[in-house]
Design a binder for this molecule. Structure first.
Ligand SMILES: [Zn+2]
Length: 258
């Protein structure tokens, strides 16, 4: 249905509608209990989100979720992305709230990309380009930073994808490659004979996921050459701060250096 609406409604009408909806939702959640660092806005709380409705999850204004806000704070506090140094950034499956900032940053040479770039109808001067993550159309040692979040769990040959990420990064470049992980599992669960959306939903929890990563996710990244830091940055927040920024207690950040 969403796809159909996107096809038949002109983009400027969609944008007006989205702006109107975001304004209405912001009014509904007016208050000072939480703060979204992506759109710099206060609300009484974040909106519930997800099939099982997580409380305090989605920003009423910019739509950011817990993982986006965690990553945002991490990028600001722990990396050089917003220093004045020039960085060439490759960004897979670019989230809108990140796109809006990266595409306007003076120091970032921004390359947003996806296998299906038409999905990204963002109003910005930088176009999202088509990139197959298992065959990235850039030369080696090209990017200073790569962001690739919640993508690898969809890719059949994720090891090939990881080696491609490694190849296009400069020596010393860093990337963040978040995926959903079941920390109850030592080993990643995958089975290529499970191939229909229905079977995948039952086996992997989502119709377009092809595995459930376990604690060995880090090893896979290391096998292609990355130096991986599983950063428990989330533990630096007090419980009041976890609520204030709407963060989930469990997420480790996978900071990977070439
Ligand atoms: Zn926001």
């Amino acid at each position: 249905m969403r796809k159909l609406i996107k096809k038949i409604v002109p983009r400027f009408v969609l944008t007006i509608y989205q702006d109107y909806r975001s304004k209405k939702r912001s009014e509904l959640y007016a208050g000072n209990g939480v703060f979204c660092p992506l759109c710099n806005s206060n609300f009484k709380e974040f909106a519930p989100f997800g099939s099982t409705k997580r409380e305090n999850a989605q920003c009423p204004k910019c739509g950011s979720l817990e993982r986006h806000r965690l990553l945002w704070k991490y990028l600001n506090e722990k990396t050089n992305l917003f220093n004045d140094t020039k960085v060439r950034l490759l960004h897979f499956a670019p989230e809108k709230s990140f796109y809006d900032v990266f595409s306007k940053s003076q120091n970032i040479e921004y390359v947003p990309c996806d296998l299906y770039p038409k999905k990204y109808t963002y109003n910005g001067k930088v176009k999202t380009i088509k990139v197959d993550i298992t065959k990235i159309p850039f030369e080696e040692n090209f990017f200073d930073v790569v962001l690739c979040n919640h993508v690898l769990e969809h890719i059949l040959d994720d090891r090939l994808a990881m080696s491609e990420l490694y190849r296009v990064m400069k020596k010393g470049a860093w990337g963040i490659f978040q995926v959903p992980i079941d920390y109850e599992r030592d080993n990643t669960y995958e089975d290529s004979s499970i191939s229909t959306p229905k079977e995948r939903e039952e086996a992997f929890g989502q119709s377009d996921h092809v595995r459930i990563y376990g604690k060995d996710y880090k090893n896979r990244l290391e096998e292609v050459g990355f130096n991986v830091k599983e950063d428990d940055y989330i533990n630096s927040f007090s419980s009041d701060e976890l609520f204030k920024f709407g963060l989930m207690k469990s997420e480790l950040i996978y900071y990977c250096r070439k």
